[in-house]
Design a protein around this ligand. Structure first.
Ligand code: MN
Length: 392
């Protein structure tokens, strides 16, 4: 299989630095989009590309081999991030195409994150990779459309990336290519600015891969150029065709910066992956919170479960309270019902009951008790009155 390719990376119109990296090297093509403060994103993407290049020298023969190589790149970045505090939390996306040696057009495509590999075949543009991004999850769940995803405010959140966690799970798919097929690898700087239909238009207009790659970057910049944009275009030529001289034999971008320096005012790309590592922590706190809520609910139910009679000091009258005398934690008793009884009306034994805040199993029982007391008080008054009348 003869390949002709072109590649370009561009900082764009807004960003102060380019955190993308790529490799285009006959049997290996990749785009990496780094993330992390200071220059860490550049370090991560460059490490990914370098690690991949070294590991693939002997050729990548199957999906398992490719997965291991990508996993090793993950380990290299993860280890580097632990070694240098300025690079803590750095990560990178990676989309990579490996031509299987003697594979007769057979290629493997690995993907982690939201950079993409497309296949342009028979005038149709098809995505070979699935983004590992928050918006892609929303699309999968039918919450937003694929077109909404392109402009969604949280589209910068990736759910998988190299270097963020000890382990990573790359997607690897296998594709058989034929002459006339064209692969396009790109960072999200392209897809955020240019819809797929427009990408296809540009590809149609440029038969030379480097021209197509350049034109795509120009289009992204014309549409805003808010991010770094990297494009690698790989054409499968006829086996008999001469490889044009315009095609570079090998090109790689992404020198690994030695010093991390504060240079940019970039909006940092977010890795939701961080949330993933903290999943265990989240579970722990969720359980802890649930226990607290249940405990408080149980205490609350207990605190509000009883009734007792007592004095309403403001009016010197007897009332039925709901709750526990004195309250429990911040659950204070509340007035459930009032009576016309005044403290001064009460016979001594009832006065003692009120002072001792005698408890009842229900509000009704407490009310009935007070009614009996009321009745007794009225009777006593009547008796006293009638007696005094009789006497008088
Ligand atoms: Mn990007």
């Amino acid at each position: 299989m003869k390949l002709v390719w072109g590649a370009i990376t561009d900082v764009g119109l807004i960003r102060a630095s380019n955190e993308d990296a790529f490799i285009a090297d006959n049997v290996l093509f990749a785009v990496a989009d780094g993330m992390g403060g200071h220059n860490a994103g550049e370090v991560a993407s460059a490490l990914a590309v370098a690690s991949l290049r070294n590991a693939s020298r002997a050729g990548i023969r199957n999906s398992d081999e490719f997965r291991t190589i990508v996993q090793n790149a993950n380990t290299a970045i993860y280890t580097a991030s632990l070694d240098d505090s300025t690079q803590r939390g750095m990560g990178t996306t990676l989309t990579a195409v490996a031509v299987v040696p003697d594979g007769d057009g057979h290629v493997l495509i690995a993907n982690v994150g939201d950079s993409r590999t497309y296949l342009f075949r028979g005038d149709r543009l098809e995505r070979l990779t699935t983004d590992h991004s928050y918006v892609q999850e929303l699309v999968n769940e039918g919450i937003i459309s694929a077109e909404d995803a392109r402009t969604h405010p949280r589209r910068n959140i990736v759910t998988r990336a190299l270097g963020i966690d000890r382990n990573v799970n790359p997607d690897v798919v296998s594709v058989h290519l034929s002459p006339g097929d064209r692969l396009v690898l790109c960072s999200d700087g392209l897809v955020d600015e240019v819809p797929d239909t427009h990408i296809a238009d540009v590809l149609r207009q440029h038969s030379v891969p480097q021209d197509a790659a350049d034109a795509l970057v120009m289009t992204a910049n014309a549409n805003g150029g808010r991010d770094n944009t990297t494009v690698v275009v790989v054409d499968v030529a006829d086996d008999n065709a001469d490889v044009p001289e315009t095609s570079p034999t090998s090109s790689i971008s992404g020198e690994i910066p030695r010093q991390a320096a504060e240079t940019t005012a970039d909006i940092p790309r977010e890795a939701l992956v961080k949330r993933k590592i903290r999943w265990g922590v989240l579970m722990f706190w969720s359980c802890a919170l649930a226990i607290v809520i249940l405990t408080v609910s149980a205490i609350g139910m207990y605190a509000r479960s009883g009734y007792f009679i007592g004095e309403d000091t403001a009016t010197s009258s007897v009332v039925v309270y709901r709750g526990r005398p004195g309250g429990v934690l911040w659950f204070h008793p509340t007035v459930s019902s009032r009576s016309t009884l005044r403290m001064t009306d009460l016979p001594p034994n009832v006065l003692l009951d009120v002072r001792n805040q005698r408890a009842f199993s229900s509000g009704l029982a407490a009310q009935e008790f007070l009614q009996l007391v009321q009745q007794a008080v009225v009777n006593a008054t009547t008796t006293t009155t009638s007696t005094s009348t009789t006497v008088g």
